[in-house]
Design a protein around this ligand. Structure first.
Ligand code: GLA
Length: 374
């Protein structure tokens, strides 16, 4: 047989051998499917951005064009003691993003969690005053944001400043500095990198009272001339929450403020609800009904989850003009925080890739929304 003819036969033979597994791989990657709408991202843990997680790495490179650090830039890691900054992990995170040409996000500068106790105390363990805390905050932000100036595109400046009823959370930041700690943090971040986008990030803003609190907070920042670029809706969702109407109204309400709306920590929890404060009191071995899918996710639940994900993406696509980025909080079900929160040792399934790194039905459902297929 002549060479070109032989080649053609080989190609045809290969094509007829393509099975379901290969066809699944031909689903376009998320970042391609949503290219004309918004960026698609994932939060990475240290093993992932250090290229040690061989299961997640191919998924990250193929599917995502933006990354967030799951923990590495939080105060406790980057500034563990008053005179010690540790940038070893965060330098790697940023280098990873640059190596693979991803949009790099910073998370988070001011939060009530994962912040060491010394930040709020003097050498004797007494609470510091407003001026001391403001000057610590200033130093921290200048140092951290300044280090990655021009490399990290945007920062979650303040995370979770609000209560469920929309009032300000009584965090140490609020109690010691007062309400303007939020504005101050934004001003310091802007000073450190005037080009960086600055965000306010929170969860459950789909619930009206909390959403209204966030709207007020953002309006106040804007009145003060603070350049807030976007609100981050964390998107830690459930199979039946938020409703599509709540999601739609929420994005629409923030868009009216003239800012962007990013989805920053997307996942869909499939396990029975446990109140946060109850979590630590529960031993899963004693209460197996709270961990119903330890040996696998039933198809019916997997379908429900795919439907909820697809519904959300339809809403996101409707608002594509104000959404810059949709970021999942993790890569595979094996590495999600929801396996250990609020109860330790459960088996959750909140993401688009399973524990073996295989695409779940939800992935196809999401991609189909981009292609306009139901
Ligand atoms: C919040 C924070 C994140 C992360 C998640 C849980 O949403 O913003 O940094 O800690 O909780 O992992």
């Amino acid at each position: 047989m002549k060479k070109p003819l032989l080649l053609l036969c080989l190609v045809l033979a290969a094509l007829t051998m393509v099975g379901p597994a290969q066809r699944a791989q031909s689903t376009p990657p998320l970042k391609e499917a949503f290219k004309s709408a918004f960026l698609i991202g994932a939060a990475l843990n240290r093993r992932q951005f250090s290229e040690q997680d061989s299961r997640a790495l191919p998924i990250i490179k193929a599917q995502f064009n933006t990354i967030s650090p799951e923990n590495q830039l939080k105060w406790q890691y980057v500034h563990p003691r008053p005179d010690t900054y540790d940038f070893e992990g965060s330098d790697r995170y940023v280098a990873f993003g640059e190596q693979y040409q991803m949009v790099i996000i910073g998370h988070t500068l001011v939060w009530h969690r994962q912040t060491p106790a010394w930040v709020f105390q003097d050498g004797k363990g007494n609470q510091v005053d407003r001026e001391t805390l403001l000057s610590r905050l200033h130093e921290h932000i200048l140092k951290v944001v300044g280090r990655y100036k021009g490399r990290i595109k945007g920062w979650d400046v303040v995370n979770e400043a609000l209560n469920a009823d929309g009032s300000m959370r009584q965090s140490p930041w609020y109690k010691i500095i007062g309400e303007d700690y939020v504005a101050k943090a934004f001003e310091f971040a802007h000073q450190a990198d005037p080009q960086a986008e600055l965000y306010y990030n929170d969860y459950s803003l789909e619930n009206e009272p909390k959403r209204n609190g966030a709207i007020k907070l953002i309006q106040k920042l804007k009145t003060r001339g603070i350049p807030i670029a976007a609100v981050g809706l964390q998107g830690h969702n459930k199979l039946d929450w938020p409703t599509m109407a709540q999601q739609d109204d929420t994005i629409g309400a923030f868009a009216k403020l003239g800012i962007k709306v990013n989805i920053t920590e997307l996942d869909i929890d499939v396990l029975p609800y446990v109140a946060e404060e109850m979590g630590p009191t529960i031993k899963i071995a004693d209460q197996p009904t709270l961990n119903p899918y330890a040996s696998g996710l039933p198809e019916s639940v997997s379908r429900l989850q795919a439907k909820q994900f697809a519904g959300l993406f339809q809403v996101y696509l409707k608002h594509r003009d104000v959404i810059d980025r949709v970021t999942f909080w993790g890569v595979t079900d094996g590495d999600t925080w929801l396996n250990n929160w609020p109860v330790r040792g459960r088996t959750n399934y909140p993401l688009l890739f399973d524990r073996d790194g295989k695409a779940k039905p939800a992935l196809e459902a999401v991609v189909k929304t981009a292609l306009g297929v139901q």
